[in-house]
Design a binder for this molecule. Structure first.
Ligand SMILES: Cc1cc2nc3c(=O)[nH]c(=O)nc-3n(C[C@H](O)[C@H](O)[C@H](O)COP(=O)(O)OP(=O)(O)OC[C@H]3O[C@@H](n4cnc5c(N)ncnc54)[C@H](O)[C@@H]3O)c2cc1C
Length: 387
């Protein structure tokens, strides 16, 4: 279809990438976000090869490579500092044709915003409602502004307002039983080798570091906890020091070196797979459609895959907008539902929902041949739209 006008709600990874793809298709694009200033949520993100391929196709490959960490190997260790598993990732790169890139979210956002064109993005605009008729769809904002186009993309994240409109009801997010802390620290050899993703596991908790561009490590911790706990930045280091007391020296050093003021702390939730993502001329994309726990590192990558598939149907079919959106939903629902449920199961295993299962997982990690890990990662990546 030609000459479409696309209204995008949300300027996160999904919304900005959708804007780039739609603009490259020759469509007129307007992006709206409720925040006054775009700031990335979270410190880092692993762009697995399936996500990187979407960015490559949009002409951003060199820029992403420039901000990406050089992750050549992966290592699991336990909280007694014993190696459980060590995986050379080069066979993965060869099988899928593209290396993954851990990146700082602020760097990724800068690239996406520049490619989208900042003039296309209007901030301080909270979408509250949508209307549509046979020939157009209109987003209505809290300040009374109305934006009308041929279609609306709801890329407004896990707490999506547009999702309620598409479904005709709100859906509860499901708390995954744990808290995640994440941030960036300067790279240092006494924390982690500069080309390795290290994951420490034990006692139903995790601590991890991986390289991102700019000579930094993206780190995260995870520990089981009741929902709704809050800790001030002033107390955050002490909280982590207690939770990870007696862990390997690199983990204890990380706790001492992180900056509590810039460390994020959040309850992790996901969404049950949704029955529908599309209503007429309105389509959900990214976390609005399929928010996941981050245990596979695929949430953002799935938003990128959504963009690839949605833009392809808009470009290559000509029955009509609603038809293209239905095809998009059809193509994406199973893939994302499987990953959400797999990530949920993995979160339960990692964070001790059933301690016997978690203990068995630690034992399995020692036995698992690296080729099995590579094959599992390959299968996930090659099941995407840009195999
Ligand atoms: C701890 C953690 C680690 C993760 N790690 C990874 C990883 O390694 N790899 C990976 O691929 N994924 C990862 N993810 C998942 C990834 O962060 C998300 O899937 C991705 O950010 C979703 O992007 P989005 O554009 O759909 O939503 P968001 O990034 O949430 O953007 C939504 C935007 O919509 C705006 N908005 C919301 N409501 C409105 C409204 N009513 N009107 C206007 N604007 C609105 C918001 O301000 C926001 O800017 C992780 C997630 C977490 C929590």
């Amino acid at each position: 279809m030609y000459n479409l006008k696309v209204i995008i709600i949300g300027a996160g990874i999904g919304g900005l990438t959708a804007a780039i793809a739609m603009a490259q298709a020759g469509y007129r694009v307007e992006v709206y976000d409720r925040v006054q200033q775009l700031r990335p949520v979270g410190a880092g993100i692993s762009l697995w090869s399936n996500g990187v391929k979407v960015l490559n196709r949009l002409g951003l490959g060199d820029q992403v490579a420039a901000i990406g960490g050089c992750m050549n190997t992966m290592e699991y260790r336990n909280h007694r500092d014993e190696q459980l598993n060590y995986i050379d990732l080069h066979p993965l790169f060869e099988q899928v044709g593209q290396r993954p890139y851990p990146v700082a979210r602020a760097d990724l956002q800068r690239i996406l915003l520049r490619a989208c064109g900042p003039d296309r993005v209007r901030l301080g605009m909270t979408c509250t409602e949508i209307e549509q008729d046979a020939s157009s769809a209109t987003a209505i904002f809290a300040n009374g502004h109305r934006a009308t186009g041929d279609l609306i993309i709801g890329a407004d994240g896990a707490r999506s307002t547009l999702r309620n409109q598409v479904l005709g009801q709100s859906v509860e997010r499901c708390f995954a039983g744990y808290v995640n802390w994440n941030g960036l620290v300067p790279a240092a050899a006494d924390l982690c080798p500069s080309d390795r993703w290290v994951i420490y596991v034990g006692d139903s908790k995790r601590a991890s570091m991986m390289p991102v561009g700019g000579d930094r490590f993206y780190f995260f911790f995870g520990a089981p906890m009741a929902p709704g706990t809050q800790v001030s930045p002033a107390d955050l280091r002490q909280e982590l020091a207690q939770l990870f007391q007696g862990w390997p020296p690199a983990v204890e050093r990380l706790v001492q070196r992180l900056d509590p003021a810039t460390t994020n702390r959040l309850d992790i939730s996901d969404l049950d797979p949704l029955e529908r993502w599309v209503q007429g001329r309105v389509a959900l994309l990214g976390d609005a459609a399929h928010a996941s726990t981050p245990t596979l590192g695929q949430g953002g990558c799935q938003a990128l895959e959504d963009v690839e598939v949605l833009s392809r149907y808009l470009l290559t079919t000509n029955i009509g907008v609603a038809d293209a959106l239905e095809r998009y939903q059809q193509a994406r629902q199973d893939r994302t539902a499987q990953l959400v449920l797999k990530a949920r199961k993995r979160a339960a295993t990692i964070y001790g929902h059933n301690p016997a299962v978690t203990q068995q997982w630690y034992a399995d990690l020692r036995q698992e041949p690296p080729s099995a890990v590579i094959n599992a990662l390959t299968a996930t990546i090659l099941a995407g739209p840009l195999a």
